[in-house]
Design a protein around this ligand. Sequence first.
Ligand code: CAP
Ligand code: MG
Length: 430
Amino acid sequence: MTIDWYKEFVNLNYQPAADDLICLFYFEPAAGISGKEAAGRIASESSTGTWTTLFTMPPRMKALQATAFDIEGNVVKIAYPLALWEEGNVVQLMSGIAGNIFGMKAVKNLRLIDVALPSAYIRHFKGPHFGNNGIRKMMKVAKRPLTGAVPKPKIGFTAKEHADVGYETWMGGFDFVKDDENLTSTSFNRFDDRVKYMTRLREKAEKETGEKKSAFLNITADVTTMKKRADLLAENGWNYAMIDVVVAGTASVMTMRDYCSDLGLAIHAHRAMHATFTRNRKHGITMQFLAKIMRLIGVSQIHTGTSVGKLTGSRRESVALANLLREKKTEAVEGMLLRQDWGKIKSAFPVSSGGLHPGLVPDVLDIYGTEMILLVSGGIHGHPKGTRAGAMATMQAIEAWQEGVTLEEKAKKAPELKEALAKWGHYKPK
Ligand code: CAP
Ligand code: MG
């Protein structure tokens, strides 16, 4: 008995409608399953179908069926009628195109690479509250990359010790002090205490430097608690909140985007846990997809890798991620990105972090240019002369890159950079 129902979901002559939503998948059919059948099953299971033909299938339902319309080897493009998707509810979209299909026996591997969202879909989303120009205006930083650091060791400081390290970071010239992804409100470092001490020292640093200083204070928790923490940040003059968006969940990020926006808070999106599904090149969901969804919802910035630091992620991937976050129109990149017109959705910043130090700043800026947020944490707190000198060395490395001189050249007149190079050189952490 052959159940050849999948054929209804494959049409290689289909021309997608202007308001179709299109997904790009990498797939490997299971043994005994043809490429076409696997593609049909992905389209079926992620739209109207199930494993068998059905007794009732009213003709109007055919209009809701997805269509696999372009199969090239292990890559398939699937078009979805707009009517399948609830307006403004990207969580439901993910249940469809990133749900059951990953568990189908018909595929050995499956990876959701990207989604092209029609303007009729994105118009229901607000996107980032400020946009990159708005962030630069708010932070009074015109041209250079914005800079920040996480106090290290990543967890263990008391709130006061944490703020003291933050003060040294600001006084070394950095714009931001970032909580680490696993620091929220622990017995030794309660969120409210951290806000109190950080506020006091931010005001001190701003007075002494004449510069705008800020922090990504981590509010990650249940939504009720996140709202309370966001309120506390706004009451204390902060302009950012940090959320670990993967562990918090897309629905909570949607709620917090509007809540934070009403409070004038930008959202720094940490992506801890992403590597559970982005790292495997054959199965899971790409960072491109996660970054796209987060820009759509409206975080102001999200981590996008370094390619030279301690965590996985290629140069090609970082460039693609930077483009899809910053540009009004993202061009297609073979096997990596679909073309995307962002309409009125504002830009977001890529954040490069993880195993960086002054010696690697040119490598990172060669990838990202200046329209990015550079986080150097261990790479300043490990400086032979301490945090403030480490931040100064990083700022000197940025200046060198913008002046078009080598770090070694710059170091002749920049003692902090010289000391950083003496310790780390251009070392790339494993
Ligand atoms: C970096 C970091 C960040 C990683 C996250 C850490 O610290 O604070 O969480 O960058 O990875 O905890 O490792 P260092 P990604 O600068 O001391 O390495 O940016 O890839 O999401
Ligand atoms: Mg961290």
